[in-house]
Write a protein of this length. Structure first.
Length: 255
């Protein structure tokens, strides 16, 4: 039950109080980025309020996010945004027709925490909305230990309080091999196939947090991850946990 209670990175953004050791995503230790420098990112909103992130892949009529961000209706995908609390002329807003979770998603273990957003219409590619490519399909862990990846979102920027930014933040963190992330000093076997870890191991201070769920992790100019879960935010022993997009590439393409 602990995993079920703690895992969702966006849940703490909805709840007024969150346990300090609950898995919850926001960008911690990062910076405001140049406007529209990440033109593939999506803000998923309900009634005009951001609740999760997503990405516009090499298709302009569907997006990628985390399965745990699921709502059956009322979701709008917003592209071209930088400041989500302002009305920006650069934004495009399209209703999500179908929020399709992976059929083998498990809300207890968070395995297969990936979803495809089927949009009512296609985004128009311009200077502010640009799809990002996905890596080739992989059957197993493939990114090297220590590889530098980039995580972006509009999530909480504080590990001890609520501080939700209006402007997009990003942070660079390091891939932590599953064998290390899964040892007894860290997640102790909870990292399952289709997940990867990234952070500053045994140091902490940089991570995703509440509100960043479903948002992009990029590596070598490709979308390699969707923010999934973790114990707390920016904890030294618990790097962020992400869904490995490459391991779901064939399923994403088939939707």
């Amino acid at each position: 039950m602990k995993k079920l209670i703690d895992f969702l990175k966006f849940t703490a953004g909805v709840l007024a109080a969150a346990n300090a050791m609950a898995p919850v995503p926001v960008i911690i230790g990062g910076n405001i980025v140049a406007k529209h420098s990440e033109p593939y990112i999506l803000s998923l909103q309900r009634s005009g309020s951001h609740f999760c992130g997503g990405s516009l892949g090499t298709f302009v009529s569907k997006g990628v996010t985390a399965a745990h961000c699921y709502y059956s209706s009322g979701v709008t995908a917003v592209a071209g945004a930088h400041n989500i609390k302002q009305s920006e002329s650069t934004t495009q807003k399209i209703q999500v027709d179908t929020f399709r979770r992976h059929p083998n998603y498990n809300s207890r273990t968070l395995i297969n925490d990936i979803a495809v957003l089927l949009l009512r219409s296609s985004f128009v590619i311009d200077d502010y909305v640009v799809p990002i490519s996905l890596p080739a399909h992989q059957n197993n862990e493939w990114m090297p230990n220590g590889a530098d990846v980039r995580v972006c979102g509009w999530g909480n920027t504080s590990s001890s309080s609520s501080n939700y930014p209006s402007e997009l933040h990003c942070v660079n963190v390091d891939i932590v091999s599953n064998s290390i992330c899964n040892d007894r000093s860290h997640y102790n076997g909870e990292i399952l196939k289709g997940m990867f870890c990234a952070g500053i191991l045994d140091v902490g201070g940089k991570d995703a947090c509440q509100g960043d769920s479903g948002g992009p992790v990029t590596y070598n100019g490709q979308l390699v991850g969707a923010t999934s879960w973790g114990y707390g935010c920016a904890q030294a022993k618990y790097p962020g946990v992400y869904t490995d997009v490459a391991m779901f590439k064939n399923w994403i393409d088939s939707q």
